[in-house]
Design a protein around this ligand. Sequence first.
Ligand code: MRU
Length: 386
Amino acid sequence: MRVADRHYRTIWPIDEGTAGTADAVGAVRVIDQSRLPHEFGTVDLHTLEDAAHAIATMVVRGAPLIGVTAAYGVALAMRADASDGQLEHAARLLRATRPTARNLAWALERMRAALERVPRDERVAVAFRTAALLCEADITQCRAIGKHGLGLIRAAARGAEHGSARAGARGGAGGAARPVNILTHCNAGWLACVDWGTALAPVYLAHDAGIPVHVWVDETRPRNQGASLTAFELGAHGVPHTVIADNVGGHLMQQGRVDLVIVGSDRTTASGDVCNKIGTYLKALAARDNGVPFYAALPSSTIDWSLDRGDDIPIEQRAAEELTHVTGRGAAGTLETVRVVPEGSPALNVAFDVTPARLVSSLITERGVCAASAAGLRGLYPERSG
Ligand code: MRU
């Protein structure tokens, strides 16, 4: 996607033509999301440990991007030592970085399958090639999700045109041709993937197709992925949007100012329960109470076919400091971190929650739109039946 008129992916290997400096050759370069939206910069990953650190500290984040970064982490590990023991060690280290997103384990399984029968002296080349293929597959899948989700936005736009949408009387962004008002939570855009995004791919395609859209962007405390990242990427692509505090969405739905909700997913069970950024569940409850369609957009790498119950998904807890402190750009132009919670008050930082399938109107996958149910998912992925 575009940043200042240049096309970027979130992750790419560095060769001699693109390195800039000699020591960058062979590294894997990522956009540093921990400094956005204040600074647009990159970080070069040279080793397995660099990749694990980038995932754990959320220099890279978002389920699909975590997966492909782990894949490149394995490739970097193979370059240092292409033994079976190192392959084991790399998978263990990377898997422990973030427990909830299914894509991480999925990518590591793919890397192991690609490498385990390959002779040692070929492992580095095969590992980098496989990681690159996972990136290409993610882009293809996100684009397909975008096309399928575009149909839902088109339908909402027709409703808005004919005044049949709940939002008819009080459109969110004003103006003559009322836009389709879409609420999203966290960042499930191109920054969370390699390109395009999951929840935001349909939004980009709709915008590019000339359908007027406006996005309500949940700030997404405590790390503010909505306010920092979703607002940044929508702004860079010229998509009209408004950042709202996390507690505002229910009120806007009551007022008829939300036509649909689209969120991403970090892990989806075989029965359609959706685990996503903390606060997603509350949006689904508000959507159900107000008759607003609630969609989760996800590539199949996010589906955990081994789990039926959302309750069984491991939920990541992160450092209390993410909640007790806030980082932003100060008046002097430098990044500053300030405390917003009294010294001594304990804080609980739960990173994800589970939205039960019954609250999800449909799942948007790369193969199409289906009911959030075992039957719905099996219909799209018949090879997973039985
Ligand atoms: O903690 P994060 O920022 O990695 O969480 C990301 C989300 O919850 C996204 O909404 C999710 O990964 C879906 S992304 C395409």
